[in-house]
Design a binder for this molecule. Structure first.
Ligand SMILES: [Zn+2]
Ligand SMILES: [Zn+2]
Length: 140
């Protein structure tokens, strides 16, 4: 069971995300992304895709929505870039598709990062502190 992490600025306390940095999802027939909460991700996948699942269908229709932040407007959103640097949960779920482009849905800036990519970076809010990862001590 993975620990819950908190990502925040060492100086101003600006929180980026609490948790794993993202959520597995499955696409329904209309392309809507339905989040698969942990534990029991696969039961959600079966509910959406039906019981006759092939590995190929699972690969095609599931993915990993990372928690992302726009460094220009500080908008939070979820996206499946597929090329982010270090979200180990993506690989845990076998989600390797690249589905979304790197773009803020709010201001269209391409200056966006996943929370994992923010670790060790300058805080986008106070532009002074550094984003660090803290263990909350909670385990899911
Ligand atoms: Zn800060
Ligand atoms: Zn933005």
């Amino acid at each position: 069971m993975p620990p819950i992490w908190l990502y925040k600025c060492s100086k101003c306390g600006f929180h980026i995300s609490i948790g794993w940095g993202g959520t597995m999802y499955v696409e329904d027939d209309n392309g809507n992304r339905i989040e698969c909460m942990h534990p029991g991700e696969m039961s959600t996948v079966v509910k959406v895709l039906g019981k006759n699942l092939s590995m190929e269908l699972i690969r095609k229709r599931t993915g990993f929505n990372s928690d992302c932040i726009c460094l220009d407007c500080l908008n939070f959103f979820k996206a499946d870039f597929g090329d982010e640097i270090a979200n180990p949960w993506r690989f845990y779920y076998g989600a390797t598709n690249k589905k979304d482009k790197r773009e803020c849905p709010g201001c269209k800036s391409q200056n966006v990062k996943t929370v994992f990519e923010m670790i060790g970076q300058i805080c986008p809010k106070c532009k002074d502190g550094v984003i660090k990862i803290f263990e909350t001590g909670l385990i899911t």
